[in-house]
Design a protein. Sequence first.
Length: 181
Amino acid sequence: MHKAIFLDRDGVINVDHAYVHTPEAFQFINGVFSACKAFQDNGYKLVVVTNQSGIGRGYYNESQFQHLTEWMVAQFDEHGVTIAGVFFCPHHPKNALGDYRKACDCRKPFPGMLLQAKAQLGLDLANSVMIGDKASDMEAAFAAGIPTRVLVRSGQDLSEACSDKATAVVDSIAHVPDLLI
């Protein structure tokens, strides 16, 4: 069993410009590569867990998402960082088309993606960390039994409800290694 750092994508890895789905629109957050390298060097596997309702809403398709994901993973590789897995949920319970419109257990705040990663990658959730920028990230991690839940402000004005399940609040992922290492 491996300990892991679970990373939300939009707002943690990249600037959240809403429904980012092309490399041209993808802007990495300052310090993300050095933070992830520090996590990796300290024995953590890195796993991305991201709600992608833009697929279900018809803004982009799964092929476009996969293309962007492959490009993003390659950027991490170029910085000596290995992404162990990327898990995504294309569903939305109300604002999606066709088969994508459904309530599921993979869309955060439910823990489905985290549990799927645990099963596929052999992860020890009790020694893992979730880094996210929304209440749904913290709630999913709490439901999955992840004890360390770091809320990244990402320039957002966060409600009190957002930090209820967080064990720490920081301004950027760049500050997280100071908490953990």
